[in-house]
Each structure stands twice: as structure tokens, then as C-alpha cells.
Design a protein around this ligand. Sequence first.
Ligand SMILES: [Ca+2]
Ligand SMILES: [Ca+2]
Ligand SMILES: [Ca+2]
Length: 329
Amino acid sequence: MIRRFGRAAGAIGLALALLATTALPAAAGLGGQSRDITLDGRNDLFARRASDNVMLVYPHSGVFNGQQTFTSPGVVVGHGAGIADFYALARITGGPGPDQVARWHQSGGGELKVYPHSGKLNGTSTWLAPVTLGFGANINNFTLFHDVNNDGWDDQIAREAATGDLYVYYHSGVFNGTATFGARQLLGTGWGPVSWLAMADLTGDGVSDLIAADPTVDQGRLTLYPGDNGISARSGAAQRPAPRFDRVRAGQARAAAGWGPVTVGTGWTMMDTITLTDVNLDGWPDLVGKVTSNGELLVYPHSKGVSGMTTFGSPQLIGTGWQPFDIIT
Ligand SMILES: [Ca+2]
Ligand SMILES: [Ca+2]
Ligand SMILES: [Ca+2]
């Protein structure tokens, strides 16, 4: 099964989302992977406005057309968003649409909660009352959700703050409170220095890849780390040996075999928020970044192939005035 974003993927649980939290190096990349909140087959934008802690949804208009691509003004879907330091959208409950996940960082050592999707975009009733997924999530300083093993359920990927190790918590296939996700398994090491990372099929082979921003080189080097077949096999989590994404060692081994990491961008420290979403509706995940200095939202469309620095095309303006937002996904 080819897993891509947008229409091709439909309502299956693609995606993820994430955001950076505390203790991230340099400009923290907030965001992750956008989801279809309105259930029309097109990924929309979810954002937190930090200035007044309001959450908004900006539906995709159906046409890729500059600043008219996403419908503005956004729909207010929540207040008091300062209760959490992390928001994401993911398929966790098995409901009609992407659920909202939040980390209440001041309770339970980081209480992860899921707000089930109600079935439609409906203001502050879009998502239902929360259910707790777990505690102690503050040990991680980067979290995202993505269906790593292609079983239709989004898995939790998290970077442990103390070690820089990347772990995956596979979804059990049953929405069941704190038993929803299994014990963590090591996915890779060496991810401490990156300011943003996300997972998606960026090479078009149906296998989940990883993309990350390293603020210590090239003023923010963006690197694509191709995944191998084992990562997305549906054969059961126990049969997938880890780690699959050792940043240095596995990268070198793969490079020797001809499918190693690929530099796909530089200068990304200019962005304080990055997310992946199919903005131009061609089924390929595009890069969206918010420029820290001027609040512009830019999209870099995927070229439908992997070709180094031209993997993602020239930026196009899709929004202005996004300065007050610290989470966009
Ligand atoms: Ca939509
Ligand atoms: Ca999964
Ligand atoms: Ca696209």
C-alpha cells in the first residue's frame, strides 16, 4: 500500500503532528504533520495562538492558491490552550476523524490526553472530552504521531530528552486508555541535536521515512533519512528489530549501500515552526514553515521525487501574520 497524504490516504490514519517542547536546541521546530479535520479529504491546519491561548482550525479551501489556500479567518476550536505544551492530531480512538492529543505538562509528570474527534468541524465541540493515555511524558522533549507500521493506527514517536534516543510506542490496535500504546521500542540514536523531525513517506515507496532539521550546520540543514522495508511491515511490532534510524551509524551504512541520508534543504533555522502537509493536493507531503522574523507561512511543494536540494520546490506564500502562533500542524 502506498501511503501518502491527502486524498490518496483518505481518512486512514496518516500522519502525525508534533511540536517541540522545552530544552530543544536552537529554534525549536513546532508542528508535524497536518490532518483532515473537516473530513473532506484535504489536510487542514490546526494552530495554537500563544498570545491568547486559543486553538484554531484553518480548513483547506480545495484549491492551491496562495493566501487563499486555507480559509481565513480560522474557526476557533478551543480556549485555555496554555494547559498543554504539546498538541498533535492523530488517529488514536478509531473515531471518524483525527483526534487531538495534548500533553498537560504540569500534571502527572506530563499527562498525555486524547480528545476524540466528534465527526465534524463544530467550533469548540469539534473534539470531545479527553481520555488519559499515559503519564510521565515529560521525559520526552519531542513527540510526534505517525503510523509507522501501516496498520491504520498512529504510533507515538518520541525523543528522550536525557539521551537523544528516539523511541516508538506502537498503537495496540485498541483504544483503551493508558493501555492504548505499548511499551516503547528503540527506533534510533543520536537525535539530540536536531530541532525538528517528522516521519512520512517522502520517497514514494510506501515506507516511512524520517526528515529532520539540524541547526548546527548550514544554518539549519534539512536531511531526509530513507526508511527501510522493516519499519513499515505490518508483521507485528515484535518482529521489527530496532533501531532503524540511528542517525550516524545506520546513515553511513545506508549511504554505502546507495540509499543513505539526503540533504534536502539549508537555512531552516529561519523557521520557528515546520510541518508536513499536502498543500497542493498532489498526494505528496509538502513542507510548510513559518518564518520567525516576519510571520509568513511558506510552502515548499514536494517535487514527487528525491533529488537533493530540489526535492522540495521554491517557496510560495500561503499566509501572513502568523507571528502569534507557536504551534501549527
Ligand atoms: Ca479538510
Ligand atoms: Ca501503527
Ligand atoms: Ca503536495
